[in-house]
Design a binder for this molecule. Sequence first.
Ligand code: SF4
Length: 68
Amino acid sequence: MTLIPLIDAAACSAHGDCEDLAPEIFRLEDVAVVIGDGPDELMLAAAEACPSIAIRIIERESGLQVYP
Ligand code: SF4
């Protein structure tokens, strides 16, 4: 994995789309939390599916934000 997901808890509306798409990476508690790793493509797909744009995707080595 070269990407890291970061969840903005204040923006998360807790609908669970990220967990539905990538349950090995995200779990919905009061808000979504990151629980593990997964393929970059899946991580990006989950971020893009988030209706609240609450998932930022960071490139691990450079620290650059790749989404949104
Ligand atoms: S998809 Fe977005 S709004 Fe929905 S639970 Fe995940 S982080 Fe929160």
